[in-house]
Design a protein around this ligand. Structure first.
Ligand code: SF4
Length: 185
């Protein structure tokens, strides 16, 4: 089985889809390769892609504040994107782009072997649970991907536009904390 570093090295030269032209480099996940929790976002935005990070700016700050409030430490979490390059004009990645890129995420999951997958945003949710999956129906309960427990919720970018959704995301992270034994049931 490949290590995270080996998968990242192989993905660095990927030109499988056209959005590679829009991004300075393929942006792989960041965090502990031994993390119990893997967070999957949609795609890096232009600023994150320039910085070579899966998420940056206000959205990144919000995400890391959620981790801090949830008592999730740096060593516990690995953050990545469903699609590793920045889609033009920050549009949602197409099905074709997702199909081209999903192999990298599958290899990343196999390398990290997390206990928990947190799918943030509709594109990651649908990549795992089908085109008709809706966050409002999937959030607030546990799902599974093989042996991995899966939680689906809104992405930080959405929370910046709709702060009223923060309460639901916090409820979802409280579920995770209860499962981790950080919060009493
Ligand atoms: S988005 Fe994914 S599949 Fe497309 S070029 Fe970038 S790494 Fe390759």
């Amino acid at each position: 089985m490949l290590s995270v570093e080996e998968v990242a090295g192989a993905a660095a030269g990927c030109v499988r889809c056209s959005i590679r032209k829009n991004t300075p480099e393929v942006v792989f996940g960041k965090g502990s390769p031994d993390a119990r929790i893997m967070v999957v976002l949609e795609a890096p935005d232009a600023d994150a892609a320039k910085e070579g990070k899966p998420i940056s700016g206000e959205a990144g700050e919000l995400l890391y504040n959620i981790f801090a409030a949830s008592h999730i430490k740096g060593g516990d979490v690995y953050v990545t994107n469903l699609v590793k390059c920045n889609p033009p004009e920050e549009r949602t990645p197409t099905e074709e782009e997702i199909g081209s890129c999903k192999t990298w995420l599958d290899l990343e999951i196999a390398a990290v072997q997390p206990d928990y997958l947190i799918l943030m945003g509709v594109a990651p949710l649908r990549a795992f649970f089908g085109e008709d999956a809706a966050i409002q129906e999937f959030r607030g309960k546990w799902h599974s991907f093989g042996e991995i427990k899966v939680l689906c919720t809104y992405q930080p970018k959405t929370l910046l536009k709709k702060p009223e959704y923060k309460r639901m995301v916090w409820e979802d992270f409280k579920m995770l904390m209860r499962d981790l034994g950080i919060l009493k049931p």
